[in-house]
Design a protein around this ligand. Structure first.
Ligand code: IMP
Length: 429
């Protein structure tokens, strides 16, 4: 049985959820290994639209074991809210959802810390405001972090919270005299109540996955965000705080990287980015421009925050880099239908930096900011392609565009998506 990873090659929101959903049936486990409730996965399943931010997409398929790995940061109220929403929609959630006892926990003081960091310094990253960064900071700092497994021991949890909250209050006050202050006892009571419901889902997920590997079962890893937001390999510092590339699979799930035998790199047919940071192919061309047209047609608004996404042409320099970084075996091209009706389409094939042509991707934000795209222009296609189900159904210009993406990234395109529904998919191989 395969071990597959579905990973985004851009700045997130590549519609990975649809690919995960398509591939889930051929796996026994679906694992999230990074991030937290900052992700936004929209999945259309049996005619219903589901929006998930913390739970793995695989949770929609009751026969599959959904796993939140140790690399994820968990906000317990959000976990319970998503579970409750799914149950209300008729999705069965029980033993089919487990969360690692080693996952770190997000507390209300993390949200406050992020609010102050983002608001006060003029150095905002444009985060989702879900406490992700401060929680990962505490994880790496070690003394003041709490893992989910510890929450199962009330006395221990209380002792830790008293110590940590007192320190957090001092730090927050130092950041701003207006900072919110927290009460350890009330956080303790709230989280204890959450844990009563979460307890049955908590497990040693690394062991579970190792046992699955031993039995030859299939595991599907779903990355949150995109490779260009990876804390080590992305456009630092305008990144998220986890490894959103395949680099996070090993550390974030306990499954060794060499067990992966299929890596599907997911790309949109154009580029988007939410939050701040350099974006060489951004189309900032006004209300009647192509950027706005892509935003409207592609419904490019954040799932988590509702923020309009910045839109632009496809960037083959950035994605060639991320495809190599992940060693993607194949590509899934998403939202191709959004480009229909444009007289021509463009792809950045290189950058110009200080008068010189650059073919590699500089990940330092301050260098990337100065890069200008060098475009290749291809003919567009007029026809609506949302009913296409085979390659031959696509207009020649759309086929050529997809073929060119594959050539530029040096990987075969195996899946093309022409709409949000499961059926609006072309299997190119
Ligand atoms: P954080 O992950 O909330 O700390 O935000 C850091 C950066 O990552 C910001 O630019 C966010 O907009 C971006 N980001 C986080 N999660 C996602 C996502 O799921 N899709 C797209 N961008 C994201």
């Amino acid at each position: 049985m395969p071990c597959t990873c579905v990973v985004g090659l851009q700045w997130g929101d590549e519609a990975k959820g649809k690919i995960v959903d398509l591939l889930t049936d051929s796996h026994d486990f679906v694992v999230r290994y990074n991030g937290g409730a900052n992700a936004g996965h929209t999945v259309v399943c049996n005619g219903q639209t589901f929006k998930l931010s913390l739970l793995p997409t695989g949770v929609l398929r009751p026969k599959v074991q959904a796993v939140i790995g140790n690399g994820v940061v968990v906000y317990p109220p959000r976990f319970l809210e998503e579970v409750s929403n799914l149950r209300q929609a008729g999705v069965a959630i029980g033993a089919n959802l487990v969360v690692s006892d080693r996952a770190h926990v997000i507390f209300p003081y993390h949200l406050e810390e992020e609010r102050l960091n983002e608001g006060g310094t003029g150095k905002a990253i444009g985060t989702t405001g879900r406490g992700i960064g401060p929680c990962y900071q505490d994880k790496v700092g070690r003394q003041f972090a709490i893992r989910l497994g510890e929450m199962l021991h009330p006395d221990h949890l209380h002792e830790r919270l008293v110590l940590i909250v007192e320190r957090k209050n001092r730090l927050l006050r130092a950041l701003s005299s207006e900072a919110r202050q927290f009460d350890a006892d009330s956080i303790y009571q709230d989280y204890l109540a959450c844990m009563e419901q979460i307890r049955p889902h908590v497990a040693d997920t690394s062991r579970l996955l190792h046992e699955a590997l031993g039995k030859g079962q299939g595991i599907l890893f779903e990355a949150a965000q995109g490779t260009l937001l990876d804390v080590d390999h992305g456009t630092y510092p305008y990144v998220t705080s986890s490894n959103s590339s395949t680099a996070g699979v090993w550390s974030g799930s306990g499954v060794p990287a060499r067990k992966l035998d299929r890596i599907v790199g997911v790309i949109k047919a154009y580029s988007t980015r939410v939050g701040r940071g350099p974006f060489p192919t951004e189309l900032d061309d006004g209300p009647d421009g192509i950027g706005e047209r892509i935003r409207r047609t592609g419904r490019e608004y954040g799932t988590v925050t509702g923020r309009p996404r910045r839109c632009g042409w496809f960037d083959a320099v950035a994605t060639r880099y991320s495809a190599a970084l992940n060693d993607a075996d194949e590509l899934a091209v998403m939202l191709l239908d959004v480009l229909s009706g444009l007289p021509e389409v463009r792809i950045a094939i290189a950058y110009e930096l200080d008068g010189r042509r650059v073919d590699h991707f500089p990940t330092d934000a301050f260098v990337l900011e100065r890069c200008r795209p060098v475009y290749e222009t291809l003919p567009g296609w007029r026809l609506d392609i949302s009913a296409a189900r085979r390659l031959a159904d696509l207009p020649a210009a759309a086929r050529r565009y997809v073929e060119r993406l594959g050539e530029l990234l040096g990987r075969p395109v195996t899946i093309i998506s022409v709409g949000p529904d499961r059926e609006q998919t072309i299997l190119a191989k």
